[in-house]
Design a protein. Structure first.
Length: 376
């Protein structure tokens, strides 16, 4: 039954509701809770290991945290704010994803020990090629926003035979065997996701609806946990060539705190990309007045006290947010009785409603087991 669903409208299909009566895309996040573990009193939060990895074999990359900063969530940040992101990434040990990669910023981040993540769209210029060579992780987008606001294919310019596998191999050869992430975009159907699974990519990224998307009039996408659960099932049901490892799973879409991050990881995600929450920590008010590199609230002017640049204050605010996020993630995992973030599984969650259990595959509270549609 689930194979008939497209992941962006899975909630409507299961719940049988119309667009007018649909709940918020983050209702599923609130309807899935953590389940306290029997060893929770024996697990010390500060000893919980948050390290994870991306890729396998020679291209494997160890990451110290299971979440990734990104510079783009509903509008490009100014160069000063991107410096604030970089400084916060250095202080926290968090990886940094750049949607408009600058080779200078990528090189600087690499020298400072930050895992720099370059997003590659449809444009294949010298600057993009240099960014691919410099980055620790390369993300290949399958779709991008077109000039009319619609979604267009972005992978075609990178291969001549319309083969996603060829594009992934090309990215890997240019980058020197860095992990390659395939971003399926917010409108991917099952066929596209299956192609991504067998493409040889080290990871697949799925997108739920960002909290800033509605502010900008882009209402495509689904709840983030539904996207994770659907992709986990697609990976499990897609036959891969012999010897091809299962790809890691990256998810983005409105995650704001440690509990939501842990929920996504427990359902099968390996990394969570966060954009809106870090921007709010830097001073963004979601005012809907941003343009490309021209946010009126973040990264402009000097503070009155001593003429201090805004971006340094932004970096401090973001660093404090990431510190709290790291500590709280360890506390949530410790309450589950887990010593490592990689141990989290759906068994550590429970869904409050039948619909949430059907969408996510988390055990239903009171029933104590996964619903039958997830058992085959």
């Amino acid at each position: 039954m689930q194979d008939a669903y497209r992941w962006w409208d899975a909630l409507d299909e299961v719940a049988g509701i119309s667009d007018e009566g649909a709940p918020s895309p983050w209702d599923v996040l609130s309807l899935v809770a953590r389940r306290p573990g029997p060893d929770r009193l024996k697990t010390l939060p500060d000893r919980v290991d948050l390290g994870t990895s991306l890729g396998s074999g020679e291209s494997a990359r160890d990451l110290s945290l299971p979440f990734v900063l990104t510079d783009n969530s509903g509008g490009q940040l100014s160069p000063q704010s991107r410096l604030a992101l970089l400084q916060a990434a250095v202080r926290s040990g968090c990886a940094l994803r750049l949607t408009d990669p600058s080779s200078d910023l990528l090189e600087l981040g690499g020298e400072l020990g930050v895992d720099m993540w370059a997003v590659v769209g449809p444009y294949r210029g010298p600057q993009v090629l240099e960014a691919v060579r410099t980055a620790s992780v390369v993300e290949l987008q399958l779709t991008s926003m077109g000039p009319d606001g619609g979604m267009t294919r972005a992978v075609d310019p990178w291969n001549a035979d319309d083969s996603l596998t060829s594009s992934v191999d090309l990215m890997r050869s240019i980058s020197g065997d860095s992990p390659v992430v395939v971003n399926t975009g917010p409108l991917a159907d099952r066929s596209t996701m299956r192609q991504a699974v067998v493409s040889g990519a080290d990871a697949i990224m799925v997108q739920g609806l960002s909290r800033s998307s509605r502010m900008h009039g882009r209402k495509v996408g689904t709840d983030p946990l539904g996207a994770v659960a659907s992709m986990v099932r697609t990976v499990a049901r897609t036959k891969r060539p012999e010897g091809l490892p299962s790809p890691k799973l990256v998810v983005s879409g409105g995650f704001k705190d440690a509990l939501e991050v842990v929920k996504a990881i427990a359902l099968g995600a390996d990394l969570v990309v966060m954009g809106t929450a870090p921007r709010i920590a830097m001073g963004c008010t979601l005012c809907d007045e941003c343009g490309e590199g021209d946010c009126p609230k973040v990264g402009h002017g000097l503070r009155a006290e001593g003429g201090r640049p805004d971006w340094k204050t932004e970096a401090e605010g973001l660093t404090a947010f990431l510190g709290r996020l790291t500590t709280q993630t360890q506390q949530v995992l410790a309450q589950m009785g887990l010593a490592s973030v990689t141990e989290a599984s759906p068994a550590n969650l429970e869904a409050y409603t039948y619909d949430a259990a059907a969408v996510t595959g988390a055990p239903l509270a009171g029933y104590g087991e996964t619903l039958p549609m997830w058992l085959h």
